[in-house]
Design a protein. Structure first.
Lengths: 236, 215
């Protein structure tokens, strides 16, 4: 019987080892799988390459993972945040690497990995410093830059509803990068607010089909990053 | 003595040039104000990069949902008829040419339509690009709203951008506190002056030649 549920958060992330590449869903504070990230801090896994649009907020979640020295390299589109000094300080001190990728290119590189397409051409960055050193080609009289897929060992995802097959529903703009990250990672780990029986999610409504999901752990009352920041909390 | 347009008036003027039924992406800052000045009888549908088409106004405290934000990470609402989607679909709307108008702020814009609005290029600055390069390459019309000069009195409308480009030759119209300017194959051309502003003043504060209005 297919059952992707695991009983605890530490068990869900136990095999993420030093040096792994990890995609983390979320845009700003919405959709961030805070409980999974905090478990990764507890586990102490180091030398990670993390893929996320940003670099976290406050001193919780992704910002705390970075602040704890567990991240060797960030791949993101917008590493600055009015709500966090963690990444800028480490970056200025030369203690963390950055691969800057335009947001749409980041999304498409992730999607391409999930779709088995090793590279694609995009007009984004043509004529800018971010295209320097990249292969480019003309199609129908317009120039495009080649971008490679972006694969990962693990994806950490937050969903609203899941069943044991791994079918997922999200909540509003908390969806953001999660569906494509679930496709692109070798192992996709989901924390879900609700777990329901197969059939309770209308197949017409499924956003992420279960084939893209490997493990699900129920986190019935997830904390929201903005709530923690509002309380002035830091993790651990 | 200058009078010119306020930020709100600049936004209201730009809104006049957006067609009924347009799919619109608004940058952070003055562009966001456009949503408050939709001309009567028109409906704009707002796209926000993080995965919402049909963005509504900011929520009341009761309506606020921590999972409903815009690309500027501010809390928003979803209008009737809205849809949610993932990031790759969102940027397919942008890159695929499905969004009609994008209105952005800028640091510099050149007479050939080049725009520089993502990095000053200063050494040691942390680079951050977000979706700006995708927007300027993909959206059908790129409009810029900006003060005509920097806080230090330097022109923002220039012959060639000195800062790193976001995209080459993409801007078609510029709305400033002094004037509406279009980018033509012959360079900047004045479309309209703000109240109390003379062509001479605009010419003097523009860092490139500017043509008088057509006709």
């Amino acid at each position: 019987m297919i059952d992707k549920q695991v009983s605890s958060i530490p068990e869900a992330i136990a095999d993420i080892s030093d040096g792994a590449t990890v995609m983390i869903g979320g845009f700003g504070a919405s959709g961030s799988p805070i409980e999974l990230i905090h478990a990764l801090i507890d586990q102490g896994t180091r030398d990670l390459t993390v893929i996320n649009n940003n670099t976290g907020n406050g001193e919780v979640g992704l910002a705390a993972l970075i602040g704890n020295g567990q991240v060797r390299k960030m791949i993101c589109s917008f590493p600055k945040s009015s709500q966090s000094k963690v990444f800028p300080e480490l970056y200025s001190a030369g203690k963390i690497e950055l691969e800057l990728v335009p947001q749409g290119t980041l999304a498409e590189r992730i999607r391409a990995a999930g779709a088995g397409i090793p590279a694609f051409y995009t007009p984004t960055t043509v004529g800018t410093v971010l295209a320097e050193g990249k292969e480019s080609r003309e199609f129908d009289g317009r120039r495009y830059v080649m971008e490679p897929w972006l694969q990962a060992d693990f994806a950490l995802i937050k969903s609203e509803v899941a069943d044991r097959h791994g079918n997922l529903l999200y909540n509003k703009t908390a969806r953001n990068f999660s569906p494509i990250m679930a496709m692109a990672a070798t192992t996709t780990i989901v924390q879900s607010k609700r777990l329901v029986a197969p059939g309770e999610i209308n197949p017409e409504h499924v956003v992420t089909p279960g084939i893209f999901v490997d493990r699900i752990v129920e986190v019935a009352q997830p904390v929201h990053e903005d709530t923690l920041i509002g309380q002035g909390r830091a993790y651990p | 003595m200058s009078i010119g347009w306020t930020r709100e008036q600049m936004a209201a003027r730009a809104a006049q040039d957006i067609a009924d039924g347009a799919y619109v992406n608004l940058g952070i800052g003055i562009p966001e104000l456009i949503a408050q000045f939709v001309p009567e009888g028109r409906e704009f549908v707002y796209h926000t990069e993080n995965g919402l088409l049909g963005m509504g106004p900011p929520p009341s405290e009761d309506e606020k949902d921590l999972d409903l934000m815009n690309a500027g990470k501010k809390y928003v609402t979803a209008a009737a008829g809205a849809s949610y989607f993932h990031h790759a679909d969102s940027f397919s709307m942008i890159r695929g040419g499905h969004i009609d108008v994008c209105v952005l702020g800028t640091m510099q814009v050149a007479e050939n339509g080049d725009i520089a609005n993502w990095s000053t290029g200063a050494p040691g600055a942390i680079p951050a690009v977000g979706g700006a390069m995708d927007l300027v390459q993909g959206v059908k019309q790129i409009y810029v709203i900006t003060q005509h000069e920097t806080k230090h009195g330097e022109p923002k409308l220039v012959e060639r951008c000195s800062m790193p480009l976001t995209g080459p030759g993409v801007v078609s119209r510029i709305y400033t506190d002094l004037a509406v300017v279009e980018v033509t194959p012959d360079g900047f051309r004045l479309v309209e002056l703000a109240p109390g502003i003379s062509f001479d003043e605009v010419e003097q504060k523009t860092g490139a030649p500017i043509l008088p209005p057509a006709r």
